[in-house]
Design a protein around this ligand. Structure first.
Ligand code: MAN
Length: 483
């Protein structure tokens, strides 16, 4: 009877800190020995279990003392959730209620069981977390809905802009055609020249007639001159010098002088000059008229210019070509339209990039494009604009800590956003912020730290980060002995 009682006490000592699953190992074998759990080849007398001296490499011989640094103590925590705590907390004289609410890790009587109290608090916290998650998930649904709206609005804008682009391209094509037409039209110098031609056309015709008349009269004179020439030549050859007629002699002498000088010149130069002028006038009024826009007309104009320059009527260098005002206006319109087309194209490209971008699970962060959150933490106010910048305000300063760089990393229970390129820190780096967003019912900054100078970490809450638990059983699952 006494032996059975002592065995029971001995077993109670041996199984202190042992989980129900492992109790089977804490029974002496036929030789009264204990085998270390992870390495059963190592055996010790059963009496050395929980003797406050570490014998087994895995610490399994000291489940209820602090002797093995790798030992683990099982707290039953009746009324709450069983747990293992590290051997170093065992018998340290402190009640570690968060881990071992039944106080079994300390000597009996030192730490009264508080599992009921702890359980209630933990359950309340869990309930609050569940409420937050449910409300957060509901708010997230709305964000996802809004993100879808923003997306479809973006697609609509791209569609409209594409139509606008087509219309602008058409207008550009028309404007280019108009400018091309006007560039082929006569320039202002041509118009002026033609106007002058029109004015002088009548006068030129008159002159043409006068020249013809002159030519005819000149021909008559020339004929008369030939006859007179012959008469005088005959007289010169046939007169009798013995008659000594002084008047005849003088007449013949004068005739000889005259015949040898001027008369020939008149014929050579004047007639040739008149023919040249007539040739130009003929050329200037071709069949199609002066307005005929042909290469021939250009050639003729050039010939006329050359002739006028040769006659010293025009200065040697031609006036630079000037475009008409309407042509210039048309070219300006082309340039304006080209810019407009380019602007619309850039706009469309930007929107298409935006549409392609990823914005977290179910595109949820797209709904926060224009959202900014402002909260005080420590000595500063922090404003976070999800797709903009983070600003730190206080102590008379307004500092840009970073600009959203598009990085969205989805973790198990949080989402990280990257903000870089903030204001340069005095004698330090360019400021940047690593933002961690966790599930919350509303957007809020809850903590800011500066682990390194001007490198910040900012914790936020937002429904955007509420993720439905993927494996709810794991959370509430029983604690398993891993030894
Ligand atoms: C300001 C703030 C601080 C930062 C110092 C660095 O005071 O932006 O967060 O550490 O500048 O000089």
């Amino acid at each position: 009877m006494r032996f059975t009682y002592l065995l029971a006490i001995g077993n109670a000592v041996a199984t202190r800190g042992v989980s129900p699953e492992n109790e089977k190992y804490y029974v002496p074998d036929a030789d009264g020995m204990f085998s270390c759990i992870s390495d059963p080849s190592v055996k010790i007398p059963f009496s050395q279990v929980n003797d406050d001296y570490c014998d087994c490499p895995d610490g399994s011989d000291e489940p209820g003392t602090s002797a093995c640094t790798n030992g683990r103590f099982y707290c039953e925590n009746k009324g709450h959730v069983p747990s293992f705590i590290s051997a170093r907390y065992v018998n340290d004289g402190k009640c570690d209620y968060e881990m071992c609410c039944d106080g079994s890790d300390e000597a009996p009587g030192l730490c009264p069981n508080k599992c009921a109290e702890v359980h209630e608090r933990v359950e309340n916290e869990k309930k609050a977390a569940r409420d937050t998650l449910n409300k957060g998930l509901a708010a997230r649904e709305q964000l996802v809905h809004k993100a879808a709206e923003v997306r479809s609005q973006l697609s609509k804008e791209i569609e409209e802009k594409t139509k606008e682009l087509e219309a602008a391209k058409l207008r550009l094509k028309e404007a280019e055609q108009r400018a091309a037409d006007l560039s082929n039209a006569p320039d202002e110098v041509d118009e002026e020249l033609e106007a002058k031609f029109e004015l002088s056309r009548g006068a030129v015709k008159e002159a043409y007639k006068a020249v013809d008349d002159l030519k005819r009269r000149l021909a008559e004179r020339s004929e008369a001159y030939d006859k007179l020439f012959k008469i005088l030549e005959t007289m010169k050859n046939d007169y009798n010098p013995n008659f000594n007629d002084a008047a005849v002699k003088q007449a013949i002498q004068n005739w000889q002088e005259m015949a040898s000088n001027q008369v020939k010149n008149i014929e050579d130069t004047s007639i040739k000059g008149v023919d040249e002028v007539v040739g130009y006038i003929d050329a200037l009024y071709p069949k199609g008229g002066a307005n005929a826009q042909t290469g021939l007309w250009q050639d003729l104009k050039n010939s006329l210019r050359t002739w006028l320059v040769n006659q010293r009527v025009l200065p040697p260098s031609a006036a630079p070509k000037q475009h008409s005002k309407s042509h210039k206006d048309a070219e300006d319109a082309v340039n304006t339209l080209k810019k407009e087309v380019q602007k619309i194209e850039t706009d469309i490209e930007k929107k298409q990039q935006d549409l392609k971008s990823e914005n977290g699970p179910q595109d949820v962060f797209r709904a926060l494009k224009d959202v900014c959150v402002k909260n005080r933490y420590g000595e500063y106010d922090y404003e976070v604009c999800f797709y903009g910048k983070i600003t730190q305000t206080g102590n008379g300063q307004n500092t840009k800590l970073g600009v959203f760089n598009g990085k969205i990393e989805v973790g198990l229970d949080s989402i990280r956003l990257g903000f870089t390129n903030g204001a340069k820190c005095w004698e330090g780096p360019v400021r940047s912020v690593d933002v961690t967003v966790r599930c919350g019912v509303e957007d809020r900054v809850i903590k800011v730290a500066e682990p390194e100078k001007c490198i910040y970490s900012l914790d936020m809450l937002s429904p955007a980060a509420c993720i439905p638990p993927s494996n709810p059983e794991k959370e509430a699952g029983p604690v398993k002995d891993e030894l």
